[in-house]
Design a protein around this ligand. Structure first.
Ligand code: DAH
Length: 355
């Protein structure tokens, strides 16, 4: 071969090889072209071999230079294109598995249920007033749930609580008041100052009543506990739960286990007790939350009936006490304006997220 021939081959083949390498779309195609043009039997190898057979040193030099240049160009073209194909492959794999432009999905964070929040707040206030936690069973003896609370069998007051009976002697507790008796019997010595939070059950359901709901019960028995102590405790309680401007009003009532008994009213926090205006304004300008009375009923309370102290193993001639029971759902509904008690138990995140 002559120098001119080598030059010719290079000219023709380099362009061909460049376009073949550039046209490869997969690593396999590229490798195929590489072997074809740059491999053992490719033109470049042939050209290299031919260089040694040239007649003059000058020709060898010149041809060698041309061959090396061609070699370098082709190898660079090969490397660049290989890089490109690999990058495209990575892209394609990524696009197949991940769409990196999608917004991230946050993991859900749990939090306390609104009823738990409400109960915790109530228990915190009572705890700061020296009430310690007490507990009792949800499946309760008739004796604790009724009899020891001054409601013997056939007592008409039992009708007020639509009771689920397990059998003649065992009920689902209808209130947390049986824990009063349990606490008196267990602690035995005054001062007895306990708060009990828990589930209670009644056969009753509508938008403000659920067959299972929650109460917090408070009991304070000591040598000199007075009705004034009850009122003061309730006043502090409503201020801390419903705001500093809240007031309590006590209305005469009846519970078999307290004497005297009261219904505890809270000054309406929506209209400020005026009965008109406020956030819960009706079309007629009257407050809907308190039905324009300025007061909202929130719990039952009273001085522990001497008979109940006796059932609790305490001496009613030496000791007095007060007690109160509050519905947790009712407080939560008032506080946040929840219109339907069932929302608390449906576990719908759209509802629960709001607290
Ligand atoms: N146990 C009563 C109920 O569920 C509420 C109650 C009223 C509790 C007066 C008390 C109390 O401790 O003194 O209806």
């Amino acid at each position: 071969m002559t120098l001119a021939e080598i030059e010719q081959i290079l000219q023709r083949s380099v362009d061909q090889a460049l376009s073949a390498l550039g046209a490869a779309t997969t690593a396999d195609e590229l490798e195929h072209s590489r072997v074809h043009y740059l491999g053992q039997k490719g033109f470049l190898t042939q050209a290299k071999k031919s260089v040694g057979q040239l007649a003059t040193v000058d020709d060898k030099k010149q041809a060698g230079k041309l061959v090396n240049e061609a070699d370098a160009r082709l190898r660079k073209a090969y490397d660049d294109h290989k890089e490109r194909i690999e990058a495209a492959l990575r892209e394609a794999e990524l696009a197949e598995r991940w769409d990196v432009t999608l917004p991230g999905r946050r993991s859900l964070r749990g939090k306390r249920h609104p009823l738990t929040m409400t109960a915790d707040d109530i228990l915190d206030v009572l705890g700061s007033l020296g009430f310690m936690r007490a507990e009792g069973p949800e499946i309760e003896h008739d004796w604790y749930n009724f009899e020891a609370l001054n409601m013997p069998r056939e007592h008409p007051a039992r009708d007020m609580q639509d009771t689920f009976y397990i059998d003649d002697d065992v009920v689902l507790r209808t209130h947390t008041s049986p824990v009063q008796v349990r606490a008196m019997l267990a602690l035995a010595r005054p001062p007895i100052r306990v708060a009990c939070y828990g589930r209670v059950y009644r056969n009753d359901h509508d938008i403000t009543h659920s067959p299972m709901f929650h109460q917090v019960e408070g009991l304070y028995v000591d040598e000199t506990v007075t009705f004034g102590d009850l009122k003061g405790t309730l006043q502090v309680f409503v201020e801390r739960i419903f705001g500093a401007r809240s007031k309590v009003r006590l209305r005469p009532s009846f519970f078999p286990f307290t004497e005297p008994s009261v219904e505890v009213d809270l000054s309406c926090f929506s209209c400020g007790g005026s009965g008109s205006g406020g956030a819960a304004l009706g079309d007629d300008g009257r407050c809907r939350l308190c039905k324009a009375t300025g007061w909202i009923e929130i719990m039952g309370a009273g001085m522990v009936d001497p008979e109940v102290l006796r059932f609790g193993g305490l001496d009613p001639d030496k000791l007095t006490g007060f007690a109160f029971g509050i519905g947790v759902e009712r407080v939560a509904m008032l506080r946040w304006g929840v219109p339907d008690i069932r929302l608390f138990f449906e576990n719908d995140r759209r509802f629960l997220q709001q607290f």
